[in-house]
Design a protein around this ligand. Structure first.
Ligand code: HEC
Ligand code: HEC
Ligand code: HEC
Ligand code: HEC
Length: 127
């Protein structure tokens, strides 16, 4: 009787561990597939892998990402063709401040660090 009780407990313990690992899938992962920004100046390909290898943190780009149990929202949800209610437009987001794509590359290059492209054709590929 005692043996049976212990094995039932053991089975329950194993089942509860399985339940915990399936409900908790781990932190949100960055996409492994490149993301392509389509725009009138030529498509720009963005890859998480090169940026994460360079040691950047998620929130350096996903600057509004607070609830990390859900994926971050796409930049274009807020940044539109024209600036709207205090949100800079897409063009500014991509080229202007030190937190933008081009702005960060420029600032890092200036600081003598390994950075991404700063010339138009380094990012924009016409086909
Ligand atoms: C250098 C900037 C940068 C860094 C660092 C970065 N991301 Fe991203 N992330 C982007 C861009 C740009 C996109 C694609 C455009 C978009 O979906 O808004 C994107 C898209 C995503 C998406 C898809 C969103 C969607 O709705 O399609 C997820 C998920 C994501 N990132 C997670 C992460 C995680 C997790 C990290 C940190 C480990 C991270 N990112 C670090 C810039 C960055
Ligand atoms: C939920 C809305 C929202 C999302 C999603 C969002 N932004 Fe922003 N962004 C803002 C707002 C609001 C501002 C202006 C206030 C500020 O600077 O925080 C801003 C400002 C910026 C700036 C200018 C900062 C400066 O120094 O002047 C950059 C660059 C930027 N966002 C890049 C991004 C990128 C890249 C993404 C996607 C990876 C993104 N944003 C996603 C709302 C958003
Ligand atoms: C906060 C800084 C930062 C931001 C923001 C940033 N990058 Fe970069 N990017 C880097 C660094 C650092 C590298 C160089 C990594 C290396 O060569 O080791 C890089 C590399 C690149 C490369 C070259 C990739 C390759 O294969 O060599 C491209 C293209 C690029 N970034 C595009 C973008 C785009 C598009 C955005 C905006 C959506 C962006 N980056 C935002 C820092 C940044
Ligand atoms: C670090 C990468 C990078 C560099 C360098 C860069 N761009 Fe961009 N550019 C982008 C990204 C990302 C977008 C996409 C934003 C979007 O979705 O419209 C963009 C969008 C644009 C757009 C379209 C804006 C819109 O509202 O449709 C124009 C025009 C443009 N870039 C011109 C240029 C010119 C000219 C240069 C050189 C002086 C340049 N870019 C250099 C990343 C870059």
């Amino acid at each position: 009787m005692r043996k049976l009780f212990i094995s039932v407990l053991a089975v329950l313990f194993v089942l509860s561990m399985v339940a915990v690992t399936t409900v908790y899938a781990g932190p949100i992962q960055a996409p492994t597939k490149p993301f392509v920004f389509q725009n009138r100046h030529g498509a720009v390909t963005f890859e998480h892998s090169v940026h994460l290898k360079a040691g950047l943190k998620c929130q350096q780009c996903h600057h509004m990402w607070k609830d990390t149990s859900k994926p971050p929202r796409s930049c274009k949800v807020c940044h539109k063709e024209k600036s709207t209610g205090g949100v800079p437009k897409l063009y500014y987001m991509a080229h202007r401040s030190n937190h933008s794509c081009k702005g960060c590359h420029k600032a890092m290059k200036k600081a003598g660090k390994k950075a991404g492209p700063t010339r138009c054709s380094g990012c924009h590929k016409k086909n």
